[in-house]
Design a protein around this ligand. Structure first.
Ligand SMILES: [Zn+2]
Ligand SMILES: [Zn+2]
Length: 348
């Protein structure tokens, strides 16, 4: 085939798990995509199930992103390069990679100044109308397919994506050696944020959650102090350098802002109400920085280093695995509070 180097066994069609309409998933046969000159074709290994996938499945939209035509979900993925475009090193065929699921334009002011996550022309996996990775093959830019060592499991490779969210949140918050970090919410993003905080040198990590089993798990996985916000915990005593709001709950946000020391930073990581009342005078006179995060910039090399050297145990997050024909079950399994991260095993 002209203009592309491929593994010998490349088929012409593949399986794709498609969200056809709200709460309906169909397994379809689709053509295998072809990589452009600077792209690679990846045979998908494992794909993590994210809260955003579940939201699209149940509601057909997230904010202004509306699913109005069939969409392949899944953006936490890894796999093996099976073909490369003609401007990509042919030796990469056969390489295992973690997928950074964003396609910035690379030309606008945000991209040029290093804020590619804020690119207004961004195309992002599993965000309408861009298809995701619950399928056998995907194409993406070669430099967004990050090589991983063989020591990492397929699940860990996929979960570099949520870890990237945790890393970027801590980077925005300024977490460093000796930091005290307060995390509200011990769901998957709260846990990876606490894990990232630990790996970046935070020495005191306090995580609040209403659910007992989640508190227990974050205490075990991260060695964090887990608190029930309803029981004898006064956030104002904490003096946190960094507060990461990962629950999306307004009371948690208000509580967490009180936990921040003067001059500290609060980062909105979870998705909550569009508008909330905030104690702005208190933030003002204590010079608390309030910011948010949207996806990430250049976090994969760090995520892969931390996961492959055992500083972060991504395999420990996995509570269930499913096949590509079980995506619908995987998308509904998160209703169980004991579930942390479901992974869809597409291939191996
Ligand atoms: Zn995700
Ligand atoms: Zn751009």
């Amino acid at each position: 085939m002209a203009g592309m180097t491929t593994a010998p066994t490349l088929p012409s069609t593949m399986r794709a798990s498609v969200l056809t309409t709200v709460e309906t998933i169909a397994l379809e046969e689709r053509p295998v995509p072809r990589p452009g000159p600077d792209e690679v074709l990846v045979r998908v290994g494992s794909v993590g199930v994210c809260g955003s996938d579940v939201h699209y499945y149940k509601h057909g939209r997230i904010g202004s992103f509306v699913v109005d035509s069939p969409l392949v979900l899944g953006h936490e993925a890894g796999g093996t390069i099976e073909a490369v475009g003609d401007r990509v090193d042919a030796d990469r065929v056969g390489q295992r990679v973690a997928l950074e699921p964003q396609l910035p334009c690379r030309r606008c002011r945000q991209c040029k100044t290093g804020h590619l996550n804020l690119c207004p022309h961004m195309e992002f996996f599993a965000t309408p109308p861009i298809d995701g990775a619950f399928c056998d093959y995907v194409v993406l830019p070669a430099d967004f397919a990050h090589p991983v060592p063989d020591s990492m499991s397929d699940a860990a490779v996929a979960l570099c994506e949520p870890l990237s969210v945790g890393l970027w949140a801590n980077q925005k918050g300024g977490t460093r050696a000796g930091s005290t970090v307060f995390v509200t919410g011990a769901g998957p993003i709260g846990v990876v944020s606490a894990m990232a905080a630990r790996a970046m040198g935070a020495t005191e990590i306090v995580v609040s959650d209403l659910v007992e089993s989640r508190r227990q798990r974050v205490a075990e996985l991260v060695g964090a102090t887990a608190v029930d916000p309803r029981e004898g915990f006064d956030a104002a005593d904490l003096g946190a350098d960094v507060f990461l709001e990962c629950s999306g709950a307004t009371p948690a946000l208000r509580d967490g802002l009180r936990a921040v020391r003067p001059g500290g930073t609060a980062v909105l990581v979870g998705h909550g109400d569009d508008e909330v009342m905030l104690p702005v005078t208190d933030l003002q006179v204590r010079e608390v920085t309030l910011t948010g995060i949207f996806r990430y910039v250049d976090t994969w090399p760090v995520a892969i280093s931390l996961a492959s050297t055992g500083r972060v145990d991504l395999d420990a997050l996995v509570t269930a695995t499913y096949g590509l024909d079980e995506v619908e079950t995987a998308l509904t399994s998160d209703e169980d509070p004991t579930s942390m991260k479901s992974v869809v095993v597409v291939g191996s």
